[in-house]
Structure formats: C-alpha cells, structure tokens
Write a protein that binds this ligand. Structure first.
Ligand code: TXE
Length: 470
C-alpha cells in the first residue's frame, strides 16, 4: 500500500525495518487537524452516546468479523511496517478482533446501581460516557493496543481521537477502515497521524478531551500526564516494564527454558511485558542457560514476511543502537558476559535491516543498567540466586512494576511470590500471555490505571448519583 495522502498536506514516509523500503505515506497532522477532529467527535458524541448498547455491540462484532476475514492482508501490512514475523502479526490481528468481541459482549452491562432509603428515597447511580477520549499508540503492538483503547471507549458510548505512532501507523488506519465498513460512523473514531510533539501534545493539552490513554516511554508518559493534568483529564498510562522471570530449582526445566526464549525474543524483545531479566536458582543455572542458548540459537532471523522466520528486525536503527550500546556497556564495565549474540550483523541478507541476534548475557550484575532499564530489544540477561526471598527482592529492585513470573510448583513459594512481587500482573509457570478479560497495567513507573476487562470499561464511564424523594 503506497499511496500519497492529499497533496495539499505535508506527509511523511513509513519504512520497512527489514530492508528500509518504503511501505507508505501518512499525513503530518497539525494542531488544526487535532482541533477539527475533536470538534467532529463532539458532534458525533451526541448521537453515538445515545445509541442502544446492543447496536454498538453489533458494530463491534461485525468489525471483528471483517478483520478476521482480512487477517492475512492486515498481517502482511503490520509485518511490513513493524517488522515482526508474519505468524506474530496473524496473532496480533486476531487479538485485535478478540478484544472487540470481548467489549461487544459486555457493552451495556455496567449501567448502574439502585437502592432505596427511607431518608433519601430512590438512590440511583447511572454510569454515563465521558465524551471525546484520546488515545496515543506506540509502534511495538499497534493493532492490539489500538484494540485495548478503542474497544472499551466505543463500547461505553464515547467517541475517540486516536494518534498512531509515526513509524507504524498504517495498520491502525486500515483497522479503522474495517470499523467504518462495519457501520461505525467515521466521526466517532477520528485518526490523526503526525508527530508526538505536535499531534500527541495537542491531544494531551486540549481542554475538550475528557480522557487520555497513552502507551509508550516513561518520560513521554510523564509529559503526557503533566499536560493532561492541566485540564483534569482521566489518564491511563501504560509505560514500560523490566519484567523479571524467577526460575526455582523445582521448575519444569524444558518449559522454563522455552518460556524464557519465547518470553524474551517474541516481537524481537519489544513488548512491554517481555521477560527482561532472568533470575535462576544457582542449583540449576548452568543446565538452564545451556538449554536457553540452544533454543535461542535455533531461532530463524530474517524478514518477517518470509515463512518460517521466528524473529524479525528491531523496529528502528536508533532502537537497535540503544540496545547494542547497553550490551557493550555491560561487557565493558565487567557487569556480565556475552554467551551468544551481542553484535550488529554486517553481512548477507541481515545487513540491510535493523537486525540484532538473540543475545544472552550471563553472570549479570543485578545493578547493571541492562537489568535496571527497559531494554527494548532481543537481549536476555541472566543472574543466579540462592533463596526465593532474594530473587523477589531482586525482581522488585527496579523502578518498574509491570509484570513478573515465577516458575515453580511449590504452593508456599507461589503464595509468597504472588503476594510480594510488585507487579500489576504476576504469572506462574507462564509469562506474557494476557487475555482481554483481565486487567492489564503496571505499578510504580510502569503506569497508572488499567486497560482490558470491565475495569477499562469503568474507566470510560462516569458515575452520576440521582436521589429522588418520592
Ligand atoms: O516511545 P514514545 P518511543 C518504551 C521502550 C522504548 C522507548 C522509546 O523502552 O525503547 O519507550 O520508544 C507519541 N506527547 N516503549 O520513542 O516516544 C509517539 O508519537 C504526546 C514502551 O517510540 O513514548 C508515539 O505515538 N505523545 C512501550 C507514542 O507517543 C507523544 C511501547 C509512543 O512514543 C509525545 C513503546 C509527546 N510529547 C515504547 N512524544 C510499551 N509500554 O509497551 C511522543 N509521543
């Protein structure tokens, strides 16, 4: 899909991270575009918020069906602009549809409460939509995150202005097209493409936006929240993570090794809840690391459109630079050893893209920056521990609190870990998997509020108390 937008408007290019080729163009939105989109959305709000929940459900279900019918083409577009293997894109597009189906199935279920008091009469609580909500989307999982943000907002009867990332906006635009074809008025969901500094900031600052949901970097999230606070918007921030995986000595060794590899190298390590640090009981560390290495080195790296590829490129050259410099810093400071990977490929088919091999670092100092910062790329740092309490303390020792997993079958250890890990989501004997029914979000610097589940629907509704003296 290479088509230039309206010639009157400035535009920018979207490139394939696997080879640098042009994938398409999008408009460079301005403050005026944001103002127009918000005005149109408010006009639409009057009618959309008054539709029957069942009618909103029908549109969301129909959109999900259209997306599933077009899954292959949408996945190819996602891979071309984002870089991930086609099998992951297929799952992500299906994930978008599933989120829409989930919200379609609960539309209208949280309408309110009722009570009667001799003193106050009829006490009613009605939940009403907020108005125009904004969403700012990143590039790492644009389709799924678009589903997490649009699903509850639209199901609750709000309208939305959405800004996709500048480097992976095309799938979001295509998905919006499917929603329109399913009957969603275009005025109910407006997409404004453009830079974060212009379009994103205009949305965060705009006085007529009632709620803003942002996914991206911690520093950007703090700026968005600061701007949103000036006009008291409800704010949801889904920021980064530095998820720990704790492998106990009774863990199923094969399941844990496979979990580490898929949990780290999925999406080339560019997922907020990727496994970013592994702590292994010292009694099993050597065989565990050996097996992780075998599995990681068996992964096929290449252009995500090629069948059989397990891991695509890092999304941008600058992201790859950040990742590589953290690896080099670890080695140069004697804070860890490269067991596998750790270089920028400069030969063959991988030379033309932003590829980086699956990289394993061992004996890593838990205080090294590669353990403390969010490393958004295929780097797996491993360290050992002596006691579970020590491992939990290490897991909690960063500013992040998004996810964490513990691999064990011991009930006492499971109880301790699920209670003491500072994370918005704690997995046991799995990592990274999140169905739309349960809340998703982080503690500490990983964010504010939750997405997914009925919790997200509540976020986009506002309670009004009505007291009737009969
Ligand atoms: O994020 P940005 P980037 C983390 C990850 C990654 C780092 C940087 O660690 O390495 O962030 O990624 C828009 N006001 N995550 O630079 O800039 C921007 O246009 C309003 C984790 O891509 O935060 C894009 O649409 N909006 C994360 C979105 O914010 C602004 C996923 C995210 O971009 C803005 C992505 C501004 N001032 C990155 N500046 C996760 N939690 O999964 C930019 N944007």
């Amino acid at each position: 899909m290479i088509s230039k937008p309206d010639q009157r408007q400035d535009s920018f290019e979207v490139h394939n991270p696997a080879d640098g080729n042009l994938v398409g163009y999008v408009s460079r939105g301005t403050q005026d575009d944001v103002d127009d989109a918000i005005r149109i959305s408010w006009e639409a709000f009057r009618s959309w918020s008054g539709t029957e929940p069942l009618d909103r459900s029908k549109i969301l279900f129909f959109a999900a069906r259209l997306v599933r019918e077009d899954q292959k083409e949408l996945s190819q577009l996602l891979t071309r602009e984002q870089g991930k293997p086609i099998k992951e894109s297929m799952n992500e597009i299906a994930g978008f549809a599933r989120v829409l189906e989930y919200y379609a199935s609960i539309t209208g279920t949280l309408q309110g409460d009722y009570g009667f008091s001799k003193n106050y009469g009829h006490m009613m609580v009605v939940r009403q939509p907020l108005g125009v909500c904004a969403a700012i989307i990143p590039w790492n999982m644009p389709a799924l995150i678009m589903g997490w943000k649009t699903g509850p907002v639209l199901a609750a009867g709000n309208t939305m202005v959405l800004k996709p990332s500048s480097t992976a906006p095309l799938t979001c635009i295509a998905l919006a097209g499917h929603l329109y074809r399913a009957g969603l008025p275009e005025s109910v969901l407006r997409i404004v493409t453009g830079s974060g500094g212009v379009v994103g900031q205009a949305l965060a600052r705009h006085p007529d936006i009632r709620s803003i949901s942002f996914t991206g970097a911690v520093s950007t999230g703090i700026e968005v929240a600061g701007n949103a606070a000036q006009t008291l918007k409800k704010t949801v921030l889904e920021l980064g993570g530095s998820d720990a995986m704790i492998v106990c000595k009774d863990a199923d060794p094969e399941a844990a090794a496979k979990g580490a590899v898929s949990g780290r190298f999925f999406n080339c390590g560019q997922t907020c809840t990727s496994i970013k640090r592994v702590f292994v009981d010292s009694a099993i560390c050597t065989p565990f690391v050996r097996r992780v290495r075998e599995l990681a080195e068996a992964l096929i790296i290449g252009d995500g459109l090629t069948g059989g590829v397990d891991m695509g490129p890092v999304h941008t050259g600058s992201q790859r630079e950040n990742v590589h410099s953290l690896v080099q810093e670890t080695v140069n400071n004697d804070q860890g050893t490269v067991l596998s990977g750790g270089y920028i490929p400069d030969t063959g088919a991988l030379k033309g893209g932003n590829f980086y091999p699956p990289t394993i670092l061992t004996n890593v100092d838990p205080d090294a920056p590669v353990m403390k910062e969010e490393v958004f790329g295929p780097v797996l740092p491993v360290s050992s521990f002596e006691t579970v309490t020590e491992a939990i303390d290490l897991a909690n020792s960063t500013r992040f609190g998004l996810g964490a997993s513990i691999w064990t079958h011991d009930m006492r250890t499971i109880s301790q870990a699920t209670r003491d890990l500072d994370a918005g989501i704690v997995w046991v004997n799995q990592h990274l998997r999140i169905p739309p029914e349960v809340p998703f979000g982080g503690m500490k610097f990983s964010g504010l509020g939750r997405e997914n589940g009925r919790y997200a629907l509540l976020q986009y509704l506002e309670e009004k108390t009505i007291l009737i003296n009969p």
